[in-house]
Design a protein around this ligand. Structure first.
Ligand SMILES: [Zn+2]
Length: 87
């Protein structure tokens, strides 16, 4: 039985799961379908980006007590281990 898709994108999405990979070891951390928009009142900035083919992914900027700024995305599921080191 042949499946028909409305577009190339739909065909691609049906066949390919896109993963966010660890930069150091290549481990699959989370997948595109699990990205979520969860806002925080503590963020000092927000922007949207296309990540893993998902448009409008919310990226929030935070600042820790030492003044270091970092960005965060949110996801439903993640497969990580605690590295035991705080930066
Ligand atoms: Zn890793």
């Amino acid at each position: 039985m042949a499946l028909r898709y409305q577009s190339q994108q739909a065909f691609r999405s049906a066949l390919v799961l896109e993963y966010l990979l660890c930069r150091q070891c290549g481990h699959e951390v989370t997948k595109a379908d699990d990205l979520l928009r969860v806002t925080s009142v503590k963020s000092i900035g927000q922007r949207n980006a296309t990540i893993l083919g998902q448009k409008g992914v919310l990226i929030q900027r935070f600042e820790n007590p030492q003044g270091r700024k970092f960005e965060v995305i949110t996801t439903k599921n993640v497969d990580i281990l605690n590295a035991g080191e705080v930066f």
